[in-house]
Design a protein around this ligand. Structure first.
Ligand SMILES: Cc1cc2nc3c(=O)[nH]c(=O)nc-3n(C[C@H](O)[C@H](O)[C@H](O)COP(=O)(O)OP(=O)(O)OC[C@H]3O[C@@H](n4cnc5c(N)ncnc54)[C@H](O)[C@@H]3O)c2cc1C
Length: 225
């Protein structure tokens, strides 16, 4: 099908990404499928080549392009059956939360290294008892002085084993009406006390993706996050 939405610049980017993916990603797919996860080195290489956060602002290290650059990456990854490495989750689902809602300090601390591929991102919404009906999540965040204490369980979380930073959805006001008004987002580093990775789930498909359980057991999160 002939498409006229892509410019010469987009097509040049497509060629560059395709070459990168054929060299750095495709040969690793069998190993990733066997291990059930990707590797940090490849994320760093993708970041160093400018393939993460292609539409993020240049001032944070992004390519400052439009969304079509990221769409090209999705198309090429799908064509190469390279679903294990979820660049779209990292760049197109998680990064916009940082760009849109993060403070300048958070952008410097998290967005800049995420674009470099040094910090891998994940988002933790789903729970054993709440998927589509997100308003019924049970994970709680309680303010204690200069931090929040998170308690709850998440499941089906992509990049669950490899990610360094999770955007975690938790209830700060369980009595709020409508219920979604009592929900907040937290930036939880995998090194925070009380954070624990659970099982990597064994799936029929998407074998190279580390879809996982996550546990928050009196997890301490600075109030600024
Ligand atoms: C490979 C994979 C990766 C994932 N990665 C992530 C991730 O990174 N982060 C994350 O937070 N979650 C992730 N998820 C979870 C995903 O977001 C949930 O599976 C999804 O929200 C659906 O929730 P559920 O599985 O509990 O199904 P349910 O919500 O229980 O739905 C089951 C079925 O009922 C239907 N249904 C539900 N409510 C209604 C309604 N009101 N009316 C009619 N039909 C309805 C649904 O369409 C579905 O067919 C992932 C899931 C998979 C499979």
């Amino acid at each position: 099908m002939k498409r006229d939405i892509f410019t010469k610049e987009h097509e040049l980017f497509r060629e560059q990404f395709r070459r990168f993916a054929e060299r750095e990603i495709v040969p690793k797919i069998p190993e990733w499928n066997q291990r059930g996860m990707t590797d940090k080195e490849t994320w760093k290489k993708a970041g160093a080549q400018g393939f993460l956060g292609a539409n993020q602002p240049a001032e944070y290290g992004g390519a400052g392009g439009d969304f079509l650059f990221d769409a090209i990456i999705m198309e090429e990854m799908a064509d190469l059956r390279a679903h294990a490495m979820m660049i779209s989750l990292h760049s197109d689902i998680c990064m916009p939360y940082l760009t849109s809602y993060g403070t300048e300090e958070q952008k410097q601390r998290y967005l800049v290294p995420a674009i470099r591929g040094e910090v891998i991102l994940g988002i933790a919404m789903t729970e054993p008892g709440a998927g589509s009906d997100l308003a019924s999540i049970q994970t709680r965040a309680t303010r204690r002085g200069d931090h929040y204490v998170l308690n709850g369980t998440k499941t089906f979380i992509s990049n669950g084993q490899i990610a360094d930073l999770f955007i975690v959805v938790a209830k700060t006001n369980p009595d709020a009406r409508p219920p979604h008004r009592g929900i907040s987002l937290f930036l939880v580093e995998s090194s925070f006390p009380g954070f624990r990775r659970g099982r990597k789930l064994d799936k029929l498909g998407l074998r190279g993706q580390d879809t996982s359980e996550l546990y928050f057991e009196d997890c301490i999160v600075p109030a600024g996050n």
